[in-house]
Structure formats: structure tokens, C-alpha cells
Design a binder for this molecule. Structure first.
Ligand code: BTN
Length: 258
């Protein structure tokens, strides 16, 4: 099946307000986040989407690599120039991407703190937001979205065990242009709500599968265990330790424990 990506196909009938106002397709890049940052530094307006078929230096959170075989996935970055509340951009992107994926594949997608998207309990997509600030002012935020689409996770020995792909879970081939458009529309919708002054943290919190669960969190070499009790408005996870004290986690990885 022809699954060619192009800027023209993605931008055609996209009908978004901001996200995807300009789409830049590149077949092979180091990281779409880096390319988007270069465009941002050169003055591109917010809403720019950089999408690639292959990354040679794809980055995940916590300095990890993000792996995807060429032509198999969605690897894209969006440029935002918000006035404030950078933490909410990641929430808008997570909520919007999960809405877009759900619409396209007709399956519920869960969120896992901080910004993983899960299908059947396994990670199918991740989000990496990187901001450039000058003093207190946010110059821009780049939100990178990686979705595992049409490959077998088992064929990539270095991919984490808890990862999956949409085609593995659905046992079907997923056309990437429609999926990309659906994701961009979902993100545009939540970004419009955010720009209009809506706080996204309560919806984000309500969608987090992590809340109320007993979890183990790894923050670099430190391990914390407890009940994931709440998140704050900045997206930090509040973990109730066994001794009753609260650990506030700004970044890290959590796994559910029985
Ligand atoms: C994570 O879950 O660790 C975040 C993964 C983010 C991957 C995407 S792929 C497109 C963009 N470019 C990158 O180098 N990373 C993000």
C-alpha cells in the first residue's frame, strides 16, 4: 500500500487554526525537534510542523534514543510560541494526540505520567517538549511526537519491552497521512482551548491512568515508591510514600507495581 508522506498531503484539507499552518517534510533528519528549533530560531511562526520519515538521532525523554524503522512511523515536531504556562503545552499535546489516535483507530488510548500514550497498557507514543527561554520569557516550545505505527515492536531488539505499535495492537496497517492529520487536528483543538485560557490540568489529570496506582518511579539513579496521589498544575507527580510524606516528581519514569 502506498503510504508516502508529504507536506502537501498532510496540509491538504487539514483545516486547523494554528497547528500545521506550515508543514515541512524531510525524508531523513537527525531529530525533527532540532530541525524545528532551527526554523524557530530563523523566525518561523508558531504552528510549523516538521515531519520526517526517518531520524538518525531521534531523542526520547531522559536522554534516551527514540527508535523507529524508516517509513514506519510518525516522527513530528510542532513549534509553539506560547506567552506562558509551558507545562500546559505538553498536556495539550498529550490530550490532543490521544484524541487524534483514538479517532483514527477507534480504540481508547490512555495517558501515563508524564506524557506517554498507552494502547492496551503498552506505550505506543511519546512526547518530548523542549523550550527555549530568554530570562523569564518563553521564546518557543518544540513538542516532538513519536508514534509507533506500522512495524513489529518485537523486530526492534532495543525498543523497551513495554512498547508496542498501532499495527501490532490492531493487527492492521494504519495509513500515516490520515493518522498524522487526525493527531494534528486533536492537538490544534487542545492548543486553542489552552490559548483561550482553559486550564488543561484537570482534564489531563482525569485521563492519567497513573493516578491512584501504586508506582515505582525512577528519577535518574533514585527510586521512589508510593501511591501516585495527584499532579499539580505544572504537571509534577505527587507520590505518597509509605511514611506518609510526599515526593514531588518533576521528571522521571513510573511503572505500576502490584
Ligand atoms: C519519550 O517518550 O521518551 C518521548 C519520545 C519523543 C520522540 C519524538 S519523535 C519526533 C521528535 N524528534 C525527536 O528526536 N524526538 C521526538
Amino acid at each position: 500500500m502506498d503510504d508516502t508522506l508529504s507536506a502537501e498531503l498532510i496540509a491538504r484539507d487539514l483545516n486547523t487554526r494554528v497547528v500545521g499552518r506550515r508543514v515541512e517534510y524531510l525524508e531523513r533528519v537527525g531529530s525533527t525537534n532540532d530541525v524545528a528549533a532551527q526554523f524557530a530560531d530563523a523566525g518561523d511562526a508558531e504552528g510549523l510542523v516538521v515531519i520526517a520519515d526517518e531520524q538518525t538521532q531521534g531523542r526520547g525523554r531522559m536522554k534516551r534514543a527514540w527508535l523507529a524503522p524508516a517509513h514506519s512511523s510518525l516522527l513530528l515536531s510542532i513549534l509553539f510560541r506560547p506567552r506562558a504556562r509551558h507545562a500546559q503545552i505538553a498536556m495539550a499535546v498529550a490530550l490532543g494526540a490521544s484524541k487524534g489516535i483514538t479517532k483514527e483507530i477507534k480504540r481508547a488510548v490512555q495517558l501515563k505520567w508524564p506524557n506517554d500514550l498507552l494502547l492496551n497498557g503498552k506505550k505506543c507514543a511519546g512526547i518530548l517538549t523542549e523550550a527555549k527561554t530568554i530570562g523569564d520569557k518563553i521564546e518557543y516550545v518544540i513538542a516532538g511526537v513519536g508514534v509507533n505505527v506500522n512495524f513489529h515492536a518485537a523486530d526492534l531488539p532495543d525498543i523497551p519491552r513495554a512498547a508496542t505499535t498501532l499495527s501490532d495492537e490492531l493487527d492492521a496497517f494504519i495509513p500515516r497521512v490520515q493518522l498524522a492529520q487526525s493527531i494534528l487536528r486533536g492537538i490544534d483543538d487542545y492548543y486553542a482551548r489552552f490559548s483561550g485560557g482553559t486550564d488543561l490540568d484537570s482534564e489531563w489529570k482525569a485521563r492519567l491512568a497513573t493516578i491512584g496506582q501504586r508506582v515505582r518511579a525512577q528519577i535518574e539513579s533514585r527510586i521512589e515508591e508510593g501511591i501516585a496521589e495527584n499532579v499539580d498544575r505544572e504537571g509534577a507527580l505527587l507520590l505518597r510514600r509509605a511514611d506518609g510524606t510526599i515526593a514531588k516528581l518533576i521528571a522521571g519514569d513510573v511503572t505500576l507495581i502490584a
